[in-house]
Design a protein. Structure first.
Length: 128
């Protein structure tokens, strides 16, 4: 049986590569250096990709050793650390890295849904 990887671990690896390419290792020379800045940013990026809350992301990292290995984490960041990292990162920087992540993933549609009801698109009922 082949050794399969979760797609979430693949996305985690890719998110970490994107953040390492865009961010410095540490935000301040006198920071405690518990986590590198790209590690926290990659956790936040994966959190938004999976649409998780800060606490759910913390629990997910606690449950998944492979995701922690993909980020190079030796300890799991607290949900408040993830929240502070998001606010320090900023929406513009996060959106730019999110676009890079999605470009690297090269998402392809596997099926197309067609509306076969026969109703006009502008015809809508107040009850439905």
């Amino acid at each position: 049986m082949a050794n399969r990887e979760s797609r979430y671990v693949d996305v985690a690896r890719l998110a970490y590569a994107v953040t390492k390419a865009n961010l410095p290792s540490y935000t301040h020379p006198k920071s405690p250096h518990h986590y590198q800045w790209p590690q926290l940013a990659a956790c936040v990026l994966l959190m938004f990709y999976l649409r998780l809350s800060y606490r759910d992301m913390e629990d997910g990292l606690l449950a998944s050793d492979r995701a922690c290995q993909a980020f190079g984490l030796t300890q799991v960041p607290d949900h408040t650390t993830l929240c502070r990292a998001f606010h320090k990162l900023g929406r513009m920087k996060l959106r730019a890295m999110e676009r890079q992540l999605l470009e690297h993933l090269e998402l392809n549609e596997e099926l197309i849904a067609i509306d076969s009801t026969g109703f006009r698109p502008d015809h809508a009922s107040a009850y439905y």
